[in-house]
Design a protein around this ligand. Structure first.
Ligand SMILES: [Zn+2]
Ligand SMILES: [Zn+2]
Length: 343
């Protein structure tokens, strides 16, 4: 046994992350109230006040990621045009759109430029020109990634790969992370759907810790996959790609998408596997829909390629290096699997 955990009557009691050392304890939280955490979310109220068109226009006018405001953002590095994406669902909604996806430098670099050869290697990838959903009923009816569709998400990941090639052309960059925040509860600073790509001189600490764990306990990931399957936490398997509800995630509702046998970078992944990886990630996003979430794609030559998705609606309760996992997790995953086969 490489992982540290305890089972009683075939149910998980606790498990320790080999990466962070955090221990997740499985507890019954069915009687616990989430009213405070979920309170104050206007979009959950059944009848929001009627929306003034001026309110929408003002939000769009003020958004640096909306079409027409391109001059408010740093110069563009690359774009995907509607002509390059014939199936784009926004064509009818946004007439004469010049772009579907576009990338430019983040105004606020995550890593000082001096550390990456004098170039800002923090990037923003705007996922779509549409700020609001079709026929929004509230100012919170924002476009979200799952609403864009699976094909669109694949185009987004392919655009990330194009951008990554440019970032890796900077010889002082040795690692790139993809990050997404959706919803203000996840810490998103802009409502318009976008991702971040961050190029860094060395693997960032989360990836570095995973490389260290991989080195100290080779084989922990395959063992985790066996365990999640046994516990009923496996979501889907598509060729070399596996997704599961993680008992060692950063949040009580965390999902991983992993390619256990592919140790490498997105830019080197064959197209067919890139599609499978993007699809598996998209399917988790589709289940979460407009809910607040974050995800990161972690890549390193010494690690299985993977992504972490965190559902952020629930209270975050890391207490002194411990988390609580709801004991109903396997039932949740069973419901999730069912929803995926229906869709
Ligand atoms: Zn916008
Ligand atoms: Zn990771």
């Amino acid at each position: 046994m490489i992982l540290e955990y305890e089972l009683r009557d075939d149910a998980l009691v606790w498990i320790k992350s080999p990466v962070t050392g955090v221990i997740s304890y499985v507890v019954d939280v069915r009687g616990k109230s989430f009213a405070f955490t979920l309170g104050g979310r206007d979009e959950l109220k059944p009848d929001p006040p009627p929306l003034e068109p001026e309110t929408l226009h003002n939000a769009i006018r003020a958004c640096p990621f909306c079409p027409g405001n391109e001059h408010q953002a740093p110069p563009e590095s690359l774009r995907l045009t509607p002509a390059e994406f014939p199936g784009w669902t926004g064509a009818a909604q946004i007439e004469g759109a010049g772009w579907v996806i576009r990338a430019f430098n983040n105004l606020f670099p995550r890593i000082p430029e001096a550390l990456t050869g004098g170039r800002n290697e923090s990037w923003v990838v705007v996922e779509d020109p549409r700020h609001f959903l079709d026929r929004p009923r509230s100012i919170n009816d924002l476009t979200f990634t799952a609403a864009l569709g699976e094909r669109h998400f694949l185009e987004l990941i392919k655009t990330d790969v194009r951008l990554m090639r440019e970032i890796f052309a900077n010889s002082s960059v040795h690692s790139v992370v993809v990050r997404k925040n959706q919803g203000r509860e996840s810490g998103a600073s802009q409502p318009h759907p976008h991702q971040q790509l961050i190029g860094s001189p060395a693997p960032l600490p989360a990836v570095e810790a995973e490389v260290r764990a991989q080195h100290e306990r080779p084989g922990w990931w395959p063992e985790l996959l066996e365990l999640v399957e046994r516990l009923g936490l496996l979501i889907e398997r598509d060729g070399p790609v596996v997704s599961y509800s993680s008992p060692i995630g950063a949040f009580p509702r965390s999902y991983d998408i992993v390619m256990p046998d592919y140790h490498g970078l997105l830019v080197d992944l064959p197209e067919v596997d890139l599609q499978r990886f993007a699809r598996a990630l998209y399917r988790i996003l589709r289940i979460l829909g407009p809910l607040p979430l974050d995800y990161e794609i972690h890549q390193d030559p010494n690690l299985p390629l993977h992504a972490h998705v965190n559902g952020r609606l629930y209270p975050y309760s890391n207490v002194a290096g411990t988390l609580n996992l709801p004991s109903v997790l396997p039932q949740n995953v069973a419901a999730l699997r069912k929803a995926l086969t229906r869709g």
